[in-house]
Write a protein that binds this ligand. Structure first.
Ligand code: PLP
Length: 402
């Protein structure tokens, strides 16, 4: 007879502290009311409420299917042409800077993961300054790399703008080598972006104090425009000798599940960048060995073909315009929502209590995060008026959690 020894192990793990967004998705999926509006979801939806594959991507995938004659390994760096093609889009005039190198990663998440791990390797005592609220994955990723976080208030709740005063004040506490995590554009969850003048000021302070900027740019082209949205990245690169830029193609190419991203890194010299890149490859090797190829190959094919690139830019502009139009419609429905027109990207936060959010769910089948964060383009065109009326009812205190 086998005698088993029972040690504390896999079977004794405590429950995960539930991710409220995942719980929300489960609740929304279980609701069969036909009028349901799901603005908790984090993907772009068109006027009919669909998340289509972009034409240019579909065409690139067709060509890829025809041309690809092997699925052999590509190596740890993945597709080496892909970051080179992204450079002019993200870095603009800095694309030719030999102190900057890019590495393909599994989505923006992969790029952030590598960035935090590289920071820990370079200086484990570096602290990460981040404005809150921020994308809920930022704090656990920074902490997961063993880094300490220093918070400041990102959002001015009276104006819907950025508390740039809070950011600059907090940076007075930063030590040389500390990290400043900034959203390149389309801040998630607030939609509150730095203005160009504010970027200039923040870049100056970061350079003067010897801080390391880490820019997370996951929505380029969905805010003010493809070039305009990269303003922050470029002034930071103008001002700073070292920088990390975690980029994602998942939203602006609509390839979410294919996991397409890139980490750009700038150091003080071409040689130091080569050494840091070898570390990045080692870190990537330990985590995922090689990035997935399909989505990055499709993006590469779009960017290698002038006609496909033009079509992609046109579709991206359509998405951007829809976001701006829906923002205008919501903002004009009530003066308490006017701030939404001055914000950018897919997300904003409604000034609702948790009870009001739950009330909207129960009474109107409207699903959003408890914080009031909602996806502006989660709503099909035909449902926008209904959405606004329900939110106004809630703001008036007439939607209670029953
Ligand atoms: C601010 C921010 N950064 C990074 C990401 C990660 O994007 P990806 O899906 O490419 O990993 C997201 C995704 O929602 C995001 O909102």
């Amino acid at each position: 007879m086998l005698t088993k020894t029972v040690a504390p192990g896999l079977s004794d793990l405590p429950p995960v502290r539930s991710d409220s967004l995942l719980a929300l998705i489960a609740l929304a999926n279980a609701d069969s009311r036909p009028e349901k509006i799901d603005v908790g979801v984090g993907v772009y939806r068109d006027a009919d409420g669909r998340t289509p594959v972009l034409r240019a991507v579909k065409e690139a995938e067709r060509r890829l299917w025809e041309a690809q004659d092997s699925k052999g390994y590509l190596g740890g760096a993945g597709d080496k042409i892909f970051p080179e093609l992204l450079k002019p889009i993200v870095l603009g005039p800095h694309a030719a800077d030999e102190r900057i190198a890019g590495l393909q990663t599994p989505g923006g998440c992969g790029a952030l993961y590598l960035a935090f791990q590289l920071i820990r390797l370079a200086d484990p005592s570096a602290r990460v300054f981040m404005g809150v609220p921020t994308w809920p994955n930022h704090p656990p990723m920074a902490r997961g790399a063993g880094l300490e976080i220093v918070e400041y208030d990102h959002l001015d709740r009276d104006t819907g703008g950025v508390r740039v005063d809070a950011l600059l004040e907090r940076l007075q506490d930063a030590r040389p080598g500390d990290v400043v995590l900034l959203h390149g554009c389309c801040h998630n969850p607030t939609g509150a972006d730095l203005s160009e003048q504010e970027w200039d000021e923040v870049a100056r302070v970061i350079a003067e104090r010897g801080l390391l900027p880490l820019i997370d740019i996951a929505y380029q082209g969905l805010g003010r425009g493809l070039e305009e949205d990269a303003y922050g990245v470029r002034v930071i690169l103008d001002a700073c000798d070292e920088a990390l830029i975690a980029q994602s193609c998942d939203k602006n190419f609509g390839v979410y599940r294919d996991r397409v991203g890139c980490l750009f890194m700038k150091t003080r010299s071409k040689e130091a960048t080569a050494t840091a890149m070898a570390h990045l490859l080692q870190l990537a090797r330990e985590a995922w060995s090689m990035p997935p190829d399909h989505g990055a190959a499709a993006v590469r094919m779009v960017l290698q073909d002038g006609a496909l690139t033009g079509d992609w830019k046109a579709e991206l502009e359509e998405m951007r315009q829809r976001i701006a139009t829906v923002r205008e419609r919501i903002a004009s429905s009530d003066e308490r929502l006017a701030f939404i027109a001055d914000q950018y990207g897919m997300f904003s936060m409604l000034p609702l209590t948790r009870e009001q959010v739950v009330g909207l769910r129960e009474k109107h089948a409207i699903y959003m995060a408890d914080s009031g964060r909602f996806n502006v383009v989660g709503i099909a065109d035909e449902a926008i008026d209904r959405f606004c009326a329900a939110v106004i009812e809630a703001l008036d205190g007439e939607v209670a959690h029953g």
